[in-house]
Structures are given as C-alpha cells and as structure tokens.
Design a protein around this ligand. Structure first.
Ligand code: PHE
Length: 455
C-alpha cells in the first residue's frame, strides 16, 4: 500500500542545515569517547588507517543508500520500505530500525546524562585536589547511584524531546546549525591545548604511526564496526533524515561531506585525548573510564584545567545531543506517519517510553547490577544487541535492498536529481553495494556474534 500523504511534510531549509543535522547525528559519543578508546586498544595508527578505508569504501556507500531510500520515499524508515516495496516484507528492515532506535537511545541517554553531571562537577571544581583513585571512586559512586543519574538522564531526554518536538526546520535544523559550529570550535580549542602539552608527540605518534604487526582479522573487523556505529548507518536514521532533504540536495556529495566531517572529528578527538594521556603517563586503553576518570585526572594536573574541563564536558554533551535527536526523530516520524498521531503526542510518548527503558539501563550500574541476561547487565544487552546485531544486519539488508531490489533506474534518478546532475562512479557504487559492502558487513556481523572468530 502506497503511503501517500497530502499534508505538507516538514523538511530541512538549507544546504548547511542538512550538513549540520546529518553530521550532528554522526558525530557523537561514538567519536569522542569510543573512537579514541577503540583505537587505543587496537594499536593506534594502523587501526586508524583501516578505519579510514572502511569509512570511504563501505560507510559512504551505505550512507548514500539510506539517503536514496529516504529521499525517494519521503517517509519514515518503516513507511519508506512500504512505499518502495509494496506488499513485500522489506518494511521489517524499517521496523527493526525503530526497535533499534528505542534500544540505542535507552543506553545512550544514560551516558549522555553522565556528561551533564560532569559539566556540573567541572563548574564546581570538584576534580581539584583528587588523585586518580579518588577520581575513580567518585565516578563509581555517582554511576552506581539512583536519583542523580536518573535525573540527569531524564533532563537529557527532555532536552532531546524539546528539540525534536519543535520540528525539522525549527527544531533539529535550527539547533544543530548553532551546536555543530560550537562543537567544532570547542574541539579545536581542546586540540590546541593538548598538542602544546609537554610530551604530546608520543600521543600523536601513537595515533598516526601505523604498526602493522598489531593488525589481526579481529582488529580489521573492529574498525568496520566502529565505522558503522560512528556514521549512524544501519538503523534508518539516515533514511529518516534523507526524507527531509530537498530535491536539489546532491546526495553523493552530502554523504561524502558528512562522512569526512565525522572522520575528521574522530581524528581530532584522538588528537585531543592521546597527547594528554601520554603527557600525564596514563594508559591509552582505559576504555570507558577514559573520558570520565582519566580526563578529570588530566584536567586536575594541567594548567587551565578548570576551564578546559568545562569546555570538554560541554563538548561531549553537545555531541551527544545532536545524535540523540536524530535517534528520537526515527521513532517520532514513525509514530506521526504510521500511527497518525500529532508530533507533540508522538514526541511525548516516544521520550517517556524511551526514558523508562533508559532508567533500567542507568540502574544496571547500581541497584539492578545483579540482573544479568546472557551474562550481561541490561545496559550491556542493549549496547551489544544494537551495535553488534541490529546495525550490521540493518546495513547489510539496506545495501541488498538497493543493490538487488530497488533497480538501477530509481538509483540513477535519485543520484542525478532526475537527470540534472552528472553522476560519477556509478558503476563503482553499484559494485560496492551489490558485492563488497554486503560481504564485508556479513564478516563483521558473523564475527561480532561469535559464529566465526578470525582473531
Ligand atoms: N553515530 C552516533 C555516535 O557516533 C551514534 C548513533 C548511532 C546515532 C546510530 C544514530 C544512529 O555517537
């Protein structure tokens, strides 16, 4: 059944708005927290090189596929598949994306809430005078609490809901156009501070000097997984945003620009974090604690640490916010268009339902810590289920849909804006979405669920 809707759909108003919103979705905790940590654990430079290869070989084509589906159908992720493949079960891919959005936002908002607590701690100068054991202790006490982390999570979801509620042009676009340049400015300031620390070279060497002896199949697949998560591909976020692009948007250049921006910010995050880690003789593979334990430790010791800690945690919160709105929009667009409820109602129901799920994730660091499913906490299950299963399977099915089902005519129409643009590299794109991307993604998926383990 075609989903024809005669009421005017909201859309982005400008080219810069499209880039800001889409790059805002991609750039998030995945870049500033996860990228440096995963790179840190997988040998630094060589991992970064392989990651770059995957972003452009696989990430850009999958992103372009999502834009194509979304702008063609002009519907939410579920409705897009229903419109383009009437009577076929492809809408299940969209549905899987909606479910993934619920689960991702539930655990993402836990960490996003922590960034607000850390802004407050920075403002009140609470890292001052504490050694690393005390900083670790204070993080763990906060994290395992009940009232505070839940309150921050709800505040964060409230902010997210408020922006989404205001719509595409007057909400998402308006705020990301301010927040993204701010994010960029803050990260540049932080990078300048980091590279001017004594001993910074060691950190930069770690990040940029490839040591290929560290590369195993496991590392290669880890790089592909990081690329997918960081680019927001595989769950319909970019189908949904693509559906708000206008008919003159050049999909291919947008995909390249957004991927470049995302990658650039991830590299800058590395440049900001590793010199500081090495300058203060800390470990680059601290993982989750890197941001909430190691960085306060660094700020405590460095000149100007008070100001830089405030800047850093605001940066982290802003990056998270421009990502959480894109995930909530997937759910809200679905509610509005498929369940025919008002945007206001959809936003309230979506935010409240996700917050309720999110509270379980937050409590799994404290009161619900003993509740284990598949040997993981609730947070761990949501995290692993989405990153390791939903996103790879979603990305795989999306390229299969485009490469083997949608047909060359629709793809060519979309990529050329109905013949007004000259398309370059069409053959390469088709070859990648038909063969290279599905095979590579299948390898990541099989590895991450442990069916095959190459490492
Ligand atoms: N790309 C975001 C980040 O790096 C996370 C995200 C994943 C957002 C999937 C939307 C969809 O933090």
């Amino acid at each position: 059944m075609a989903n024809i809707n005669f009421t005017k759909r909201d859309s982005f108003g400008s080219k810069f708005g499209i880039i800001a919103a889409t790059a805002g979705s991609a750039v998030g905790l995945g870049n500033i927290w996860r990228f440096p940590y995963v790179a840190g654990e997988n040998g630094g430079g060589a991992f970064v090189l392989i990651y770059l290869g995957f972003v452009f070989m696989i990430g850009v084509p999958v992103m372009l596929s999502e834009f194509t589906i979304g702008r063609r159908a002009k519907q939410n992720a579920f409705g897009s598949f229903k419109t383009l493949a009437p009577g076929k079960p492809w809408y299940l891919v969209g549905l899987m994306g909606i479910v993934a959005a619920f689960l991702i936002l539930a655990f993402y908002s836990t960490i996003a809430g922590w960034t607000l607590e850390y802004i407050l701690q920075s403002l009140t100068n609470s890292f001052s005078g504490k050694n690393s054991a005390e900083l670790k202790q204070s993080f763990e006490t906060f994290q395992s609490g009940t009232f505070r982390p839940i309150l921050w999570q709800i505040i964060f979801m409230g902010l997210t809901g408020w922006i989404v509620f205001s719509g595409i042009k007057n909400g998402i676009e308006k705020y990301t156009k301010i927040l993204m340049p701010l994010l960029f400015a803050l990260i540049v300031v932080m990078c300048i501070r980091a590279v001017t620390l004594p001993g910074a070279m060691k950190g930069l060497e770690f990040l940029f000097k490839p040591d290929f002896s560290k590369i195993t199949w496991g590392v290669v697949l880890e790089a592909l997984g990081q690329a997918a998560f960081s680019l927001s591909i595989g769950m319909g976020t970019l189908i949904t945003y693509g559906s708000y692009f206008n008919k003159n948007t050049n999909l291919a250049t947008t995909a390249v620009q957004v991927s470049m921006a995302d990658t650039f910010i991830a590299i800058l995050a590395g440049v900001m974090i590793f010199p500081a880690v090495f300058a203060f003789n800390l470990k680059p593979d601290e993982g989750f604690g890197l941001v909430f334990i190691v960085l306060p430790n660094i700020f405590e010791q460095m000149a100007g640490g008070y100001i830089f800690s405030i800047i850093f945690f605001i940066l982290l919160a802003v990056a998270a916010l421009t990502s959480t709105i894109s995930v909530l929009e997937v759910v809200v667009a679905y509610f509005v268009e498929e369940l025919k409820i008002s945007r206001k109602k959809a936003t309230v129901i979506g935010s409240v339902a996700i917050s309720a799920l999110g509270i379980l994730c937050t409590l799994s660091f404290g009161n619900l810590g003993d509740l284990k499913i598949f040997n993981r906490t609730i947070f761990g299950v949501f995290n692993d289920l989405t990153a390791n299963i939903f996103l790879p399977v979603g990305a795989f099915l999306i390229v299969i849909f485009l490469g083997w089902f949608l047909g060359k005519k629709i793809i060519t129409d979309e990529l050329s804006n109905e013949g007004t643009l000259r398309i370059k590299l069409l053959g390469v794109f088709l070859f990648i979405i038909k063969f290279i991307a599905p095979i590579a993604i299948a390898l990541v998926f099989l590895n991450s669920v442990g069916i095959v383990n190459f490492s």
